[in-house]
Design a protein around this ligand. Structure first.
Ligand code: BV8
Ligand code: ZN
Length: 237
């Protein structure tokens, strides 16, 4: 089945997941080499884990921040999205579950980080958030309120409210094309975006290495490496 041409639509929402950054050397979560195959989510990516063992949680995110800054570069898939957006005349909203900055690196204008950002920290006392490149520790001081020891990665952990839903959900309700890229479709509310877009009449497309949990509900599906499939779908090759 031929894939639809995205230029024939007026309001596009794209959702990306870890698969789009896999070829940049960042580990996914649930594949064979995924982070959650090696580490327990409950011990690292929940508010309870941070309360119980902040040192361990800081070490996990500090290490991922190092990898991002030292070795990860945007790949062809990130560039395909940014190039398409730069010439598309309709409305285009890029929502990413990824906490890296590779969409920004490729030139995407305003990616919405549903699950937060590795290069930002937030104070648990006053909620002020700042850009960071270095390590966070249990002694880090908030530049805003002066509080000590409450700085945390600005990441949405399990059980916490994802960011910018108030902008994303209305865009999903009015989009005519929804494209899901490189995500296993297991984490809510992102996994429910397909249903919201479909209920409102959008055409839905999955671009993924392997079919996701929701694959059967998409109108179209193209499987392969993001670096091959995206330039092809967005006609930016
Ligand atoms: C919330 C950030 C309330 C930290 C992450 C029971 C039922 C339903 C829901 C729940 C439930 N119990 C609990 C919940 C809620 C929970 C949830 O969904 N749990 C699931 C697991 C059951 N969700 C929450 O708690 C969320 N908050 O619900 O708040 C609320 C109420 C009302 C309305 C709204 C909200 C908060 C979720 C935030 C989780 N944070 N982590 C960090 O990064 O350290 S989630 C984690 O999974 C990742 O961060 C990532 O963002 C997310 C999604 O993962 P994927 O990106 O899909 O990655 P994955 O490895 O799974 O898949 C990779 C894909 O890439 C595969 O398909 C593979 O084939 C493909 N691929 C690989 N290589 C390539 C490729 N594709 C193309 N090219 C390649 N080269
Ligand atoms: Zn503070």
């Amino acid at each position: 089945m031929n894939l639809p041409d995205p230029r024939h639509f007026k309001n596009i929402v794209v959702l990306t997941g870890a698969g789009v950054s896999a070829e940049s050397g960042l580990r996914t979560f649930r594949d064979n080499n995924g982070l959650w195959r090696e580490y327990r989510v409950e011990e690292l990516a929940t508010p309870e884990a941070f309360t119980k063992n902040p040192k361990l949680v800081h070490a996990f995110y500090n290490s991922r921040r190092h990898t991002l800054l030292q070795s990860a570069k945007a790949n062809k898939a990130h560039f395909a999205l940014a190039n398409f957006e730069s010439t598309f005349e309709g409305n285009f909203l890029l929502v990413t579950q990824n906490v890296d900055n590779l969409h920004e690196q490729a030139g995407s204008k305003n990616p919405h980080h549903l699950h937060g950002e590795l290069l930002r920290a937030r104070c648990g006392l006053c909620e002020h958030s700042v850009d960071i490149e270095g390590d966070l520790t249990c002694q880090s001081i908030c530049r805003h309120c002066g509080g000590i020891g409450a700085m945390r990665p600005d990441i949405v952990w399990f059980g916490e409210m994802p960011q910018q839903l108030e902008l994303i959900e209305p865009a999903l309700s009015r989009c005519d094309l929804f494209v899901s890229i490189g995500t296993s479709g297991t984490v809510y509310p992102a996994a429910g975006f397909l249903r919201l877009a479909k209920t409102n009449g959008a055409i839905t497309v999955e671009l993924n290495l392997e079919a996701s949990a929701n694959s059967g509900f998409f109108d179209y599906c193209s499987l392969g490496l993001a670096s091959d499939v995206l330039p092809n779908f967005f006609h930016t090759a």
